[in-house]
Design a protein around this ligand. Structure first.
Ligand code: IVH
Length: 761
């Protein structure tokens, strides 16, 4: 009888010979595909555990049927783990490093020591070739009879790694040389990656990662589970790492897909000289098919050398690849020979480093990021430049004043220089700090460059973006409908003092939002409807959920359809509207309908009030009345007449409701709710009406919540801290600093019993 199952489901020791052969073939193909995905596409398709399971199964089948072992058996292949490494190559001429110079004085010292060593007069002519110092990794290429036979990394300078097969894949590296090349020629230079290629490679790495995540997500969802993203894209920190990582690949087919380049600038063993000077030698190398750097410049003096350095520093951002210094080399190769070497550096050359922590580049744009609280932050989009070893393409611009050249108190920064798109700017980065735009070079500003103007609408949701008096940040008013703010707002909406939906905490809100199930509060109440009768089952299938918890969640949502007005107002997450304010508003207006109508009326007058405020601010100081003359707006008067409601709060609330999309989102929410009328303020006759009360110390008869509710229901405002505005301090047992402060301020202090007596039990 044949086994009805597919061979892959049968245990190795139960397979027939035919099935075993088929299985070995399937496993070889599957593992080869997995290897390719892992090594060449940098996008693993299966987990390490799945790979290991296949390997184990393959080995078990081979152990049972050794005669069936394939020539291309995966057991003989290097699997997911990297192999031992590269072969070693001993450099016939050591690969040395360079001494560093940091300042002009160091460069002058270099010239002085060269002349002294050679017995030249201080002013004697001395030609120097200045070359950019490429920030990549050095490579030595050995040609014999015009054929590339060996390529080696620098290693420890004496012995390097054999990367010949990888070097053969780099376009800039000739594989054969034209006739006339020395029979033995070791060409040395730098392998590097251009900024553009680096950015594209990282983008590909990210895409590969996203594809892999999508693949895994699909697999998880097919099993009815929610997929949590894992790991991170394998991107490189900077072009040098990318170049090194790409060259030092055990599999040269990966190197072949990486955009590596090579500049030749030096040599090792030679059977015939390349010229009389460094400049001539570079020309010979070019004639042989190598690429040399076109910024190499012959210098006759210290001033010439400094001019090259300054020029390269200034053009750093435009070169398109990383440089970290300028190498000055004595041009005459005969003199180089005489100068020779110290223990590890040549006497005939020095590397003049470029400044490490700042770089100049072009401000290509100003992007606006919207934070969770709706704050708009400007971010500089820069032409990529390496600062301190990391490619920087974004930097913070703090806020719009910073761009305008003003500090937080209106004082000038950068001597008042503003930043404009297209400007050449200095970028600073140190350690892990977020890069900053420090300064601007006005001499390089384009004639038509316009000052930057902040956006008046949110780039994410299109709602008005406003900057309040005295605030440094501009904020999006799109609260509920702005996706940048949505998740945080939703978390607030379900929080304990707002809708308090059991089973729907911050984590669940995140998950449901990611799934696209809830984007605004109304969606929570429509969850069951929108997602059909199977919604409960869908929730139950999510990781961390079961049937019971899903059923509970829907019951908890239903339980909150009846909601006190104050919780609704607080839950909307309007700026400046805390729990106490929400309560005050609820009590002042009583019903949702009344509150809603009042906000609509106040909103209609918003622009008239704004115009009046602006006119007041614009009037000359000596003629300006103390208070702006406001248009008559009964809705505002009522709002501002509420005890504890000031201008800032009023504007914030009215603005929220004046945004059409907020109103619509609130209307969608309220349609699901039965908003309960607020408890009217027990106004008349209350001895504490309008008073501000602070409770401190341990209360014996009342819980804090009771004390607060009792005071508020009698028209008092409860505060957490003592100030001049405090009317009564109720001091319990072991009252401390608040009691002291109240006494200092002459605030009325009473015991818990006195308080109870005052409010009438
Ligand atoms: S000449 C005897 N020229 O800088 C040393 N080196 O810090 C001859 N480098 O290992 C080196 N650009 O990787 C030279 N134009 C250039 C260079 C350069 C980059 C690197 C090279 C070297 C390191 C020394």
């Amino acid at each position: 009888m044949t086994d009805p199952r597919a061979p892959e489901q049968i245990a190795p020791d139960a397979l027939t010979e035919t099935e075993a052969r088929a299985e070995l073939e399937r496993l070889a193909a599957a593992m080869e595909a997995a290897d390719r995905a892992y090594h060449q596409e940098d996008a693993p398709r299966i987990t390490d555990a799945e790979y290991d399971a296949m390997k184990a199964r393959n080995a078990a089948i081979e152990a049972r049927f050794p005669e069936l072992k394939r020539a291309d058996s995966p057991s003989d292949r290097v699997g997911a783990a990297p192999a031992e490494g590269f072969g070693k190559i001993r450099h016939r001429v050591p690969m040395l490093s360079l001494a560093n110079a940091f300042e002009e004085e160091d460069v002058a010292d270099f010239l002085g020591s060269v002349r002294r060593f050679l017995g030249m007069d201080a002013g004697a002519p001395l030609a120097i070739l200045a070359e950019p110092k490429i920030d990549g990794l050095s490579l030595s290429l050995r040609y014999e009879d015009g054929k590339l036979v060996e390529a080696a990394t620098r290693g420890d300078g004496t012995t390097g790694e054999d990367v010949t097969r990888n070097a053969l894949t780099v376009d800039d590296i000739p594989k054969t040389l034209p006739g006339g090349a020395p029979a033995v020629l070791e060409v040395r230079g730098e392998v590097y990656m251009s900024h553009a290629d680096f950015a594209a490679l990282n983008a590909r790495q990210e895409q590969a990662w996203r594809d892999e995540q999508a693949h895994r997500r699909a697999a998880a969802e097919a099993k009815g589970k929610v997929y949590e993203p894992t790991g991170a894209p394998r991107t490189f920190a900077n072009p040098r790492n990318a170049a090194a990582g790409s060259l030092r690949q055990l599999d040269p087919t990966i190197t072949a897909q990486r955009p590596l380049r090579f500049f030749a600038y030096s040599w090792g063993e030679l059977s015939a000289p390349l010229g009389k000077t460094q400049e001539e030698a570079l020309a010979t190398l070019r004639a042989l098919g190598f690429t040399t750097n076109d910024r190499a410049t012959r210098c006759e003096s210290l001033a010439d050398m400094m001019a090259v350095w300054t020029g390269i520093e200034a053009d750093r951002a435009e070169l398109g690849y990383d440089v970290d210094g300028v190498v000055y080399k004595v041009d005459d190769l005969g003199l180089q020979q005489r100068l020779g070497f110290r223990s590890s550096t040549p006497r005939w050359a020095v590397a003049h480093k470029l400044s490490a922590q700042t770089a100049t580049t072009v401000l290509e744009g100003i992007d606006i990021q919207v934070g969770r609280t709706g704050a708009l932050s400007p971010v500089a989009r820069l032409r990529p430049v390496t600062v301190g070893g990391v490619v920087v393409s974004n930097a913070t611009l703090h806020n719009e004043d910073y761009i305008a050249g003003r500090g937080s108190d209106g004082e000038p920064i950068r001597e008042g220089r503003d930043l404009r798109i297209g400007d050449h700017v200095t970028v600073y980065r140190a350690g892990d700090v977020i890069p900053k735009v420090l300064d601007v070079d006005l001499t390089r500003r384009a004639a038509g460059a316009e000052p930057w103007t902040p956006p008046t609408v949110c780039p994410v949701c299109g709602s008005h973006a406003v900057r309040e008096e005295g605030e440094a940040v501009r904020r999006c008013t799109g609260g509920l409908i702005c996706s940048a703010q949505a998740v945080e707002r939703l978390k607030h909406f379900v929080s304990r003092n707002a809708f308090d939906i059991e089973g729907l905490g911050a984590k669940q809100v995140e998950a449901f939002h990611t799934l696209g199930w809830i984007a605004e509060p109304a969606d929570i109440f429509a969850l069951e409807k929108t997602h059909g009768p199977g919604t409960m089952q869908k929730v139950a299938n999510l990781e961390g959920w079961g049937e019971k918890s899903a059923a509970k969640l829907f019951a908890a949502i239903d339980a909150r359809r009846a909601i006190p007005l104050e919780r609704l107002i607080f839950g909307l997450g309007i700026r400046h509207v805390g729990e106490t304010t929400a309560k005050m508003l609820a009590r002042a207006y009583g019903t949702w309908e009344e509150f809603d109508a009042a906000m609509e009326a106040a909103g209609a007058d918003l622009s008239a009030r704004r115009a009046a405020l602006a006119a007041h601010a614009a009037a000359p100081e000596d003629t300006r009345p103390k208070k702006p003359e406001m248009p008559e707006t009964p809705a505002w008067d009522a709002l501002l007449g509420i005890d504890g409601v000031g201008e800032v709060l009023a504007v914030s609330v009215v603005e929220f409701f004046a945004e059409d999309r907020n109103r619509a989102a609130v209307a969608r929410l309220v349609a699901h709710l039965d908003v309960q009328e607020a408890e009217k303020i027990a106004a008349e006759g209350s001895p504490v009406l309008g008073k501000t009360v602070v409770f401190t110390g341990t209360l014996e008869k009342l819980t804090r919540a009771e004390a607060k509710a009792g005071a508020e229901s009698r028209g008092a405002k409860v505060s957490g801290s003592v100030s001049k505005k405090t009317d009564i301090l109720v001091a319990g047992e072991a009252a401390g600093s608040k009691l002291k402060k109240a006494q200092e301020l002459g605030v009325q202090v009473m015991t818990e019993d006195e308080w109870i007596a005052l409010i009438g039990g």
